[in-house]
Design a binder for this molecule. Sequence first.
Ligand code: UD1
Length: 419
Amino acid sequence: MDGIRIRGGKPLSGRVRISGSKNAALPILCATLLSEGESLLRNVPDLRDIGTTGQLLATMGCIVDCAPPVVRVTARHVTPEAPYDLVKQMRASVLVLGPLVARFGKAKVSLPGGCQIGSRPVDQHLKGLEALGATIRTDHGYVLAEAPRLRGAEIVFDMPTVTGTENLMMAAALAKGRTTLVNSAREPEVIELARVLNKMGAKVQGAGTSVIEIEGQDELAPFDHAIIPDRIEAGTYLVAAAAAGGDVLVENVPVEDLEALISKMRGAGVILEPDGQGVRVVRTKPLRSVDVTTSPHPGFPTDMQAQFMVLMCLAEGTSRISETVFENRFMHVPELNRMGADIEVQGHTAFVRHAKRLDGTEVMATDLRASASLVIAGLVAEGETLVRRVYHLDRGYERMEAKLGALGADVARVQHVEG
Ligand code: UD1
């Protein structure tokens, strides 16, 4: 297993360009299942999760040419079965369920794995498909869904779920009649999927608000679409630059999708200036602590919580960071404390006190965003940090060591690290 070795203490400077969005690309790749023609995706990031999804589509019989930033998929002859081997690597594989049952009348999809951040059930996905007329059974770890033709319905989510909203938008796009999704997720990736479904001929309205209406079609056309930039990758580099200090231009940043993060960073004393298609980050003064509570978009993103916590370790005072989206998303805390951080978790809140300094050591990545936080901690720590199990990082960050290296960080990938 690979690791990342970082020699900390160097400020960052220069430019870094943000890649296409992983969480937008994954549902859009699954949307190719809705049409039998060849769809073309551009600006796709070169990540493990993209490769896994390409493999999953190919296993089901799609013709897949996966050469990021361009991916082509033709879903003509499809066996609607997603095996455990692939689904366990990535929870978002459940996104094939809606399109498969909508187009082929049945689907057999393994229950998902993915990051170990809480129990992360898929009950809302299943409840929604049942409301659209599917019969759902679970058997030996697989979901079996059947419906000769889905029918439009009103579905009220118990909580805004991103992939749940996306799965049901895709299913409803081929259902008979109108579907209304109430209490939908409002994330930019949901809006992006609606754009694609509309290109395919579906009539989707209201994406980005909590009520989405979908007029189902008998058939959908293939599409050609360039994916939006990754707001979480962008946020990660903004925080990395602020933590390490220096002067960095982060290019291709979807600023309007990052307002909650940018406003908290400014509150902490970081200078962030829009500059063309990018944002310039400068930190000259000591950081101040600010409190943060994660919530669904447009609130502070849970996917930035771990990285932001490192910034707060460096701030004067005590910051309260509350996680309300996932129940078990503080797994980076013991690792940060081993590096000299002073963080105490009480229930859903972490109290982050100023750490005089962080020390480099060996740490273990436990999920995707936790890995990114450990890399950022390594950038500011004294001495050498080795982040193990870096495969988590490779699921969601394109060439992170190269991008950080180009900004002047001393970062290298080390192969075959144990554990
Ligand atoms: C997506 C993102 C992930 C991000 C998360 C929250 C993708 C591929 N992944 O994950 O990076 O961290 O949104 O912004 O886009 N829930 C249920 N039942 C369900 C579905 C969800 O109880 O059927 C709960 C979850 O356990 C969680 C909350 O709802 O507590 C939100 O989860 P959800 O929005 O579904 O996350 P994902 O779509 O899996």
